[in-house]
Design a protein around this ligand. Structure first.
Ligand code: NAD
Length: 369
């Protein structure tokens, strides 16, 4: 059996981290049949469009996508390919697990959160315009529908049930946003009683940020609207060890796409320095989604052991300022090879190792991020 998967390398560090993820996916010995298609900068060069129709056609056909990050020009230029993909394929649920791996790069080694974010509407609906010719005022419209609120709240509770999570928190700003916020809050209050085994509560977004920065282990699954979810998932990625290790998934009714939380990090493009773990953990999420549990566990464990060992890790897990146990940083491709080597040989029955007390390889002080 092999899985047909649309692979979008993306741009910036995307081609490097997706090559790393592909290497690890292939080490699982689960069969993959990749349909490689371009979006973003490489697609503009080839066809003039950042999101050619063949990309959407391929994903509609395979229903599975592994995606690298894609640059969005700030303030002008083409609209976000990432937002367009979510809207055109109705990938309404963005799921971003924030798990501290081997206690590395975090002050909160117990962090184990899932952020569930509505991904098609809210302030990302793209309804915005200048109010006057001088461009001295602008309006942005947050489109929020009851249908989308119900759908995302139900999704979060079903996910919590499936993953045996015990607590779902709705995050909103209904005290100030009395229509859009209240619509989401009402959906949550009406649906929560259908899941009596799961504790349900609410936080205002500002308070939520403060609570997470102080005691993330008190939270479990967070469900929220588009903009708040975007911000919260980066915050939670930071709590769990940084963008380099934070994977994500997007779900529609029939399609699942997997992409890291991080962007295209243009300053590291082409240097073989970026951390491949976030994209590799997207492969883990993909494997779980298709029911390949053993392979998914192997990928997660190989990542964990590689980070805990700290022999072959990229700069963000190696250098002072990023870690309490500095070592000499390795390249993106070397770290991917190390994880891929471990995948078939890890022992899934042994307890997950904690990190060594001090770093292994010694640090070359000339190396800087
Ligand atoms: P970014 O995530 O690319 O980078 C933020 C910081 O994290 C930078 O310091 C970067 O060097 C570091 N970083 C990110 N990924 C890393 C990795 N794998 N290993 C090591 N360090 C890593 O965010 P940004 O700079 O705000 O955005 C850059 C571009 O990416 C923008 O055009 C943005 O629109 C786009 N973007 C795309 C997606 C996506 O494709 N889903 C998501 C976020 C941002």
């Amino acid at each position: 059996m092999s899985y047909r998967v649309t692979l979008i390398p993306g741009d910036g560090i995307g081609p490097e981290v997706t090559a790393a993820a592909r290497l690890v996916a292939e080490a699982t010995r689960v069969g993959f049949d990749w349909e490689v298609v371009d979006a973003g900068e490489p697609a503009i060069k080839k066809s003039g469009s950042p999101l050619p129709e063949e990309v959407l056609e391929s994903i509609r056909r395979t229903r599975l996508c592994l995606k690298g990050p894609i640059t969005t020009p700030i303030g002008s230029g083409f609209r976000s390919v990432n937002v367009a993909l979510r809207q055109q394929l109705d990938l309404f649920a963005s799921v971003r697990p924030a798990r501290a791996i081997a206690g590395e790069g975090t002050r909160f080694p117990e962090t184990d959160l899932i952020v569930v974010r509505e991904a098609t509407e809210g302030l990302y609906s793209g309804v915005e315009h200048w109010v006057d010719r001088e461009h001295s005022a602008a309006e942005s419209v947050a489109v929020v529908t009851r249908k989308a609120c119900d759908r995302i709240v139900r999704f979060a509770f079903e996910l919590a049930r499936k993953e045996r999570r015990r607590h779902v928190t709705a995050v909103h700003k209904a005290n100030i946003m009395k229509t859009t916020g209240a619509l989401f809050q009402t959906a949550f209050r009406e649906l929560a009683p259908q899941y009596p085994e799961i504790a349900a509560d609410e936080r205002l977004i500002d308070n939520m940020c403060m609570q997470l920065a102080k005691k993330p282990s008190e939270y479990d699954v967070l469900v929220t609207t588009n903009l708040f979810g975007d911000i919260l998932s980066d915050l939670c990625a930071g709590l769990a060890g940084g963008l380099g290790v934070a994977p994500g998934a997007l779900f529609g009714d029939r399609i699942a796409a997997f992409e890291p939380v991080h962007g295209s990090a243009p300053k590291y493009a082409g240097q073989d320095r970026a951390d491949p773990v976030a994209e590799i953990l997207c492969v883990e999420l993909l494997l779980r989604h298709v029911g390949e549990r053993d392979a998914a566990d192997r990928v997660f464990r190989a990542v964990w052991e590689t980070i805990a060992e700290k022999r072959v890790v990229t700069y963000d897990l190696a250098l002072p300022g990023y870690t309490a146990r500095p070592v000499a940083p390795s390249s993106c491709s070397a770290m991917a090879r190390e994880i891929a080597r471990k995948v078939p040989v890890v022992d899934l029955t042994a307890p997950l190792p904690r990190p060594a007390a001090s770093g292994g390889a010694g640090l070359d002080a000339s190396l800087e991020a």
